[in-house]
Design a protein around this ligand. Structure first.
Ligand SMILES: Cc1cc2nc3c(=O)[nH]c(=O)nc-3n(C[C@H](O)[C@H](O)[C@H](O)COP(=O)(O)OP(=O)(O)OC[C@H]3O[C@@H](n4cnc5c(N)ncnc54)[C@H](O)[C@@H]3O)c2cc1C
Length: 395
């Protein structure tokens, strides 16, 4: 006889593990998570780990605020004082040149402050006190969010999975989901590499592998896969977490930076990335010219990096929707299935609250925040979720 669960989760990344954790806290009954590799081995392993509530889309801001609070109280939420997400609260500075992006920063900061997020505009003198390496000559607006920072995606997802397991969830690593069991248009379980399982409800958190849902349901997803490269540089003086995260809207590829490995600077970009059909990043070929361009933009903002040494790079994949915001909730015409895809570069910082909302949705409970802004149908309705930054990495 096949196994039977109240709720089955597909995918053991930041999102799937958070869903499984919250399911156990909401009294879901028999919960299972199926991960074909290991916990946090997918795009979660490629993440830069930035946490901030700076968004211009109000729904994202609310999600990020609630998630940041869960990162801050991580041990308490997990119910184990040893539990840690590795959160370093170094703050977040966003700088913009005169023009539209400066207006967007001012508007987003005002909105953040209005919903109780500690965020404010600061002047150059205060910015230089916080981050003495900055050149701010071409900058018009500077936003500051002291409660932001970065955390460890592997630790976070591992603790979510461990806590779910301790609460009785079946965490099945090395097990692939190969299809859905359907009764008409209702999902009733999963076909897995270890046989069929019955499930009262299913949550799919498969990120760039979500196109498999199209094979299983016939519903085409508004999602592309884009490759994004991350670089690390160093100079003799250590770049430590005493420096806040920096988002540079004046740079051509919208750089973000943070401290990494204790003394180096991690540099990522907020550009469109490179579109790909592949869910593999292993052979990513990062053009040298591109690395040099990012190095130059970094040295412009922080002249101490003029003589920087390039240390390392890696590539990761975004699951990107046309408005760069996620789809959360049901697929049209399919019952018993909730999905999360299109997290692009936001999925880690939003994972604690997305996990809670999807767990609530799977159980038919009212959700703490409406999922309606993230509905699948918004693209067909011509109502993409866009804030004042437009479609892109800030959102
Ligand atoms: C370079 C880079 C930098 C980033 N930086 C940040 C950042 O600074 N801040 C931030 O908030 N976000 C960032 N992100 C985004 C964030 O990391 C992701 O959105 C988030 O980790 C996604 O989590 P997930 O659970 O959706 O996906 P994943 O971690 O990819 O998990 C999906 C899992 O599903 C499993 N799976 C798929 N199909 C099946 C199947 N059929 N059967 C069983 N298992 C299956 C996969 O093996 C995988 O483990 C970044 C992403 C990248 C690539």
């Amino acid at each position: 006889m096949s196994k039977s669960y109240d709720v089955a989760v597909i995918g053991g990344g930041a999102i799937g593990t958070a869903v499984a954790f919250h399911l156990t806290r909401l009294g879901a009954g028999r919960v299972a998570l199926f991960e074909r590799q290991q916990i946090a081995n997918g795009t979660t392993a490629q993440s830069s780990g930035l946490l901030r509530a700076h968004y211009s889309v109000p729904a994202n801001m609310a999600l990020a605020k609630a998630s940041l609070e869960m990162f801050e109280g991580f041990g308490e939420m997990i119910g184990d004082e040893e539990a840690s997400a590795g959160f370093i609260r170094c703050g977040y500075i966003i700088v913009a040149p005169e023009g539209e992006s400066s207006q967007a920063v001012r508007g987003a900061i005002a909105h953040q402050a209005g919903i109780g997020i500690e965020a404010r505009l600061i002047d150059r003198a205060e910015a230089l006190e916080l981050h003495p390496w900055l050149n701010l000559d071409d900058i018009d607006a500077i936003g500051y969010e002291p409660g932001a920072g970065f955390a460890d995606p592997y630790l976070t997802a591992s603790w979510f999975a461990r806590a779910a397991k301790r609460a009785g969830a079946d965490i099945r690593q090395g097990v692939s989901v190969e299809g859905l069991l359907m009764d008409g248009n209702r999902v009733t379980g999963l076909k897995t590499s270890e046989g069929d399982v019955q499930a009262g409800a299913v949550v799919a958190a498969m990120n760039v592998w979500s196109h498999d849902l199209t094979r299983w349901t016939g519903v085409t997803l508004p999602m592309s896969i884009t490759r994004h490269d991350v670089l690390a540089f160093e100079v003799d003086e250590p770049y430590t977490p005493r420096f806040p995260i920096l988002k540079d809207l004046a740079s051509p590829s919208l750089l973000y930076t943070r401290s990494t490995s204790g003394s180096q600077i991690l540099v990522g970009t907020g550009d469109e990335g490179v579109e790909t059909d592949s869910t593999e990043t292993v052979d990513a070929d990062i053009p040298l010219d591109w690395i040099v361009e990012q190095g130059e933009a970094l040295a412009h903002r922080m002249p101490k990096f003029e003589e920087a040494r390039f240390v390392t790079s890696w590539s990761g994949l975004y699951d990107t929707t046309p408005d760069w915001n996620p789809v959360l909730g049901p697929l049209p015409g399919i019952e018993g299935l909730n999905v999360a895809f299109g997290l692009s570069g936001h999925g880690f910082k939003l994972s604690p609250m997305i996990g809670r909302l999807l767990a609530q949705a799977a159980l038919g409970l009212p959700t703490d925040q409406p999922l309606e802004p993230y509905r699948f149908s918004r693209f067909a309705e011509g109502q993409p979720l866009r804030g004042t930054y437009g479609a892109g990495a800030v959102s």
